[in-house]
Design a protein around this ligand. Sequence first.
Ligand SMILES: Nc1ncnc2c1ncn2[C@@H]1O[C@H](COP(=O)(O)OP(=O)(O)OP(=O)(O)O)[C@@H](O)[C@H]1O
Length: 272
Amino acid sequence: MSSGELAQTAQEADSPPAGSVRLDHVTHQYGRGGGAFTAVGPVDLTVPAGEFLVLVGASGCGKSTLLRLIAGFERPTHGSVRVSGAEPRPGTAAGVVFQTPRLFPWRTVRGNIDLALRYAGVDRAQRLERRAELLARVGLEGTEKRRVWEISGGQQQRVAIARALAADNPLLLLDEPFAALDALTRERLQEDVRRVTERSGRTAVFVTHSAEEAVFLGSRIVVLTRSPGTVALDLPITLPRGDVDAEELRGSREFAELRAQVSHAVKVAAAV
Ligand SMILES: Nc1ncnc2c1ncn2[C@@H]1O[C@H](COP(=O)(O)OP(=O)(O)OP(=O)(O)O)[C@@H](O)[C@H]1O
């Protein structure tokens, strides 16, 4: 093997896996000079590929700012953000799901998904199959021809999730995606997201106010202090994953204990 090949092999061995996230001493300020406001930091965080990280904290502590930094929508004032080993570029670093679905309301479900597939470079011949697969994954079979304004808020959010999955991006970022939904729809979508991310092996970073949602979804929970948000608690969640009975899991003693622990940590962190 030539030295060039050796160097390349070493580089490949060292290169971080697709979907991994690394924040090194990240601080973010909005505004400049005397009017600058520090929203987060300093934060050091490494998210290995395949992990489901949930960020929890009081309103205004900087959760969305952290997510926007990972998505590449913002650049850190200090420190560095890396996604799959590179500086994140907006639109390509991750699939993003926001609190409101942000779909094209005059288009059909099919039109919204196809647009995402086209943007992701999926050629025409493969689009039909990919679209059907994505809609099945989020439980929306048979809705292709309906316009966005004709389907419910929960269904719209499912379309947004399918759209974020369309790019086959190894990283999924979700910013309180179920906050505006009723409790039943919210629980169903939590189950969908848990299943979809697990089956596809994607890394997920999910923002929520809810300790219950965090414990159900996360394989790890990070609680942030009040603004400027820093890591107050970094908690691995050891609840069973894979094919679990969601009702049973939510009703278990271990689940209740973790929810109480996270809830308490959020209150303490907000007061620091
Ligand atoms: N574009 C901006 N310009 C100035 N300040 C901002 C901007 N975006 C957010 N902030 C401020 O930064 C802080 C963190 O905001 P961020 O939205 O990240 O918090 P959050 O934890 O996601 O809040 P919430 O849970 O209420 O959505 C807040 O004090 C907010 O007012």
